[in-house]
Design a protein around this ligand. Structure first.
Ligand SMILES: NCC(=O)N[C@H]1[C@@H](O)[C@H](n2cnc3c(N)ncnc32)O[C@@H]1CO
Length: 147
């Protein structure tokens, strides 16, 4: 998994077109979204993550929490982003991983939004520009689980 973490004044998106034959079903309300004072986390789920999705979810949540606590962010935007890797996981695994990351962060008390999966989206982002405002993380599962 590759993550790009941007501490932002805001992130807003607008769904444009389908980018997959079967994108995640969304309500009209989910066609746009915005959070202010947010840690935006752009995530590419990778092929190697398919060997142990649950381990990768745990590690990703830990990394995100670690950054959020350093920058004192209470809101997190989980953003599916297929452009950080050339070894992408298949969509159904990727969506499941992203949903679990969203869910676990919410359980930990963060206000969380997740941008819709499988779409082209317009987005606006205002990076704060301080030394910890732009970070990247690479996460790999250590032990594969038998399917
Ligand atoms: N910017 C627009 C976009 O990226 N759209 C992507 C993601 O929303 C999603 N997607 C598909 N596979 C993956 C993956 N392995 N990891 C993350 N997202 C994925 O499907 C779209 C087409 O690849």
């Amino acid at each position: 998994m590759r993550m790009l973490l941007i501490h932002s004044d805001y992130l807003e998106y607008e769904v444009k077109d389908k980018a997959l034959k079967n994108p995640e079903p969304i309500s009209d309300e989910q066609k746009t979204g915005r959070l202010d004072e947010v840690l935006a986390v752009f995530i590419s789920v990778e092929k190697v993550d398919e060997t142990n999705p649950d381990e990768v979810v745990e590690k990703a949540v830990k990394e995100i929490e670690d950054v959020a606590s350093q920058i004192k962010a209470e809101r997190i935007f989980v953003y599916p982003f297929a452009h950080l890797s050339s070894e992408l996981a298949k969509p159904d695994v990727a969506l499941e991983v992203l949903r679990k990351i969203e869910e676990k962060l919410r359980e930990k008390g963060y206000e969380v939004k997740r941008a819709p999966f499988g779409y082209y989206k317009a987005f606006k982002l205002s990076c704060k520009g301080h030394p910890l405002a732009e970070l990247s993380r690479t996460i790999v599962p250590e032990k594969a689980v038998s399917k």
